[in-house]
Design a protein around this ligand. Structure first.
Ligand SMILES: Cc1cc2nc3c(=O)[nH]c(=O)nc-3n(C[C@H](O)[C@H](O)[C@H](O)COP(=O)(O)OP(=O)(O)OC[C@H]3O[C@@H](n4cnc5c(N)ncnc54)[C@H](O)[C@@H]3O)c2cc1C
Length: 502
């Protein structure tokens, strides 16, 4: 028997191990293999496999675990998440996480789990106004103050849903694995394969693809017959900057700006530096400011291929970025660490996804949330509709004892609603310059008149029906058919004129 002295680099302690070097290695490998086997046993074992710990996957887990009629073979619930645990603290400025606005539908969905909305609410900021800042003045599109949207950072939302989930359902019925990505599913054998912290292939009784717009589970749907599918990159990119909230920007509103660099150089002062809402030929920045808790502000900077803010994107030095933003995007003030994080962030583009069905009978599989219907964020309905998917799937499983019938029911209902939500998000706002005044005047008038005796005669706007009520999206499309058709046509013409996404 020989011995090997090992130098522990941290303490420089000499550790003497009376084992042959070779055996230690083999033993470690065996131990790792045993560990992997244990983990493989833990994950899966039939039950429900939810891929993705985003809002839709996590709320679904909540609902299924609270459902007393859930068949035993759909337990345990296993969640596989490719990313890290959102409960691990991370300074906001370090992440590219954006804020989502949870309105009536999101509140209704989360509120179905006792006490959960109250927890979520603590992490967000209520807002009841949308202010469009233009050169001369600001236009405020007010919403009912008693029906505010809750602005919440994505990571905080996931962390809150998760904390409560584990608090309420710890034990054998729930298993959550982070840094573990689903890399494939096989509907024939009803198995999923995953890699990362855990590796292996396990069987399931119900597979839920809640893995977002670039879903891996959906890839297996695409291989099936009679599944039509469309995926389109949206002609916008964005980056997110996290800064302290300037006192000039109220914390009860989302502020939207369209800014011309040339105009700001005319020494005009805030708030008069901003150009009107028009498709200017000049370079401009479009950004939305979303208040976050503790007097923070999440700034979403967006651009399309015909208005790339090249100057901004070329900056490599934090101090230069800080100076640029403070000069051209007042009243923002940028800490250097936030500037540094912004520079290292890669621009992201969003995707639209449309599927002809959300379920597969043979594969005992369903898609929820963005995996099924990623949509434009113009109306702020992506997350809200995704949360409603969880409610609809849970209801269907509650109402139909037969899994096939339940999946069909869910799919039929949500295809109608989510396709309508995507259509509204696409066509509620006109892109044609000449239609914008009609849109703005219509919105302001409807908001003003709805508070007078004429209220019964005024049709609530699409925005207000989507975010303040639970009127089905399909019904909103019917009510605003004429306007939507005009916008659809003019948007189509505008899109043809726009340069394609590189
Ligand atoms: C800029 C912007 C602003 C938005 N604002 C709003 C708003 O105001 N209101 C609103 O309602 N919606 C908004 N949305 C849309 C909203 O973010 C999405 O609709 C919502 O996050 C969808 O939730 P989800 O759970 O379906 O998917 P996601 O939130 O995308 O979650 C999917 C999860 O799956 C994980 N995952 C991915 N692939 C795998 C894999 N292979 N294996 C395991 N895990 C995987 C991901 O890491 C992620 O955690 C906005 C979107 C954008 C881009």
């Amino acid at each position: 028997m020989n011995y090997t002295p090992l130098l522990n680099s941290q303490s420089l302690r000499v550790v003497t191990i009376f084992e042959p070097k070779k055996d230690i290695k083999r033993e470690n490998e065996r131990e790792r293999e045993r560990e992997r086997e244990r983990e493989r046993d833990m994950a899966g074992n039939g039950g429900t496999m939810i891929v993705g710990a985003g809002p839709s996957g996590l709320l679904l887990a909540h609902m299924l675990l609270s459902n007393p009629t859930l068949p035993r073979h759909l337990l345990p619930i296993t969640i596989l998440e490719a990313g890290s645990d959102p409960r691990i603290p991370m300074p906001l400025f370090k992440s590219r996480q954006y804020c989502v606005g949870l309105s009536a539908r999101g509140r209704d969905a989360i509120g179905r789990v006792k006490g959960l909305w109250e927890e979520v609410q603590k992490e967000g900021v209520p807002t009841s106004q949308f202010i469009l800042h233009s050169r001369k003045r600001s236009i405020s599109l007010k919403r009912s103050p008693d029906k505010p949207s809750l602005l919440i950072n994505q990571r905080s939302l996931a962390a809150t849903l998760l904390t409560r989930l584990e608090d309420c359902h710890a034990g054998g019925r729930l298993k959550v694995y982070f840094n573990t990505a689903c890399v494939g599913a096989d509907f024939g054998s009803q198995t999923v394969t995953f890699m990362g912290n855990l590796e292996g292939t396990v069987s399931y009784n119900l597979l839920v693809g809640g893995d977002g717009a670039r879903s891996t589970v959906r890839t297996e749907f695409i291989r099936q017959r009679a599944f039509d599918y469309q995926q389109i990159s949206m002609p916008y990119y964005f980056k997110v900057l996290h800064v302290p909230r300037p006192s000039e920007l109220a914390d009860y509103a989302v502020h939207s700006f369209r800014l011309s660099k040339e105009d700001s150089e005319e020494k005009a002062k805030w708030p008069g530096i901003l150009i009107p809402l028009s498709q200017s030929e000049k370079s401009f920045l479009q950004f939305g400011c979303f208040p976050t808790p503790n007097n923070g502000m999440s700034v979403l900077i967006e651009w399309s291929p015909d208005s790339i803010p090249k100057d901004l994107l070329q900056i490599k030095e934090p101090s230069e970025l800080k100076a640029y933003i403070e000069r051209y995007m007042p009243p923002l003030r940028v800490p250097l660490e936030a500037a540094e994080a912004f520079i290292s962030q890669r621009p992201t583009s969003s995707m639209k996804v449309k599927c002809s069905r959300f379920h597969d009978v043979q594969g005992r599989a369903v898609l929820v949330g963005d995996a099924a219907h990623a949509m434009s964020n113009a109306l702020g309905q992506g997350c809200n509709s995704s949360l409603q998917d969880a409610v609809a799937l849970d209801n269907a499983l509650h109402e139909e004892a037969d899994l096939t019938l339940a999946l069909e029911k869910y799919s039929t209902q949500q295809i109608r609603e989510d396709h309508a939500a995507a259509y509204l998000s696409e066509h509620a706002f006109p892109q044609a310059k000449w239609l914008l005044p009609f849109f703005l005047v219509g919105n302001v008038l409807s908001a003003v008149l709805s508070k007078t005796i004429m209220a019964p005669l005024i049709a609530p706007s699409i925005q207000s029906l989507c975010s303040e009520t639970l009127v089905p999206y399909s019904e909103i499309v019917q009510r605003h058919k004429l306007w939507l058709s005009v916008v659809e046509l003019t948007n189509m013409i505008a899109a043809k004129r726009r340069p394609s996404l590189q």
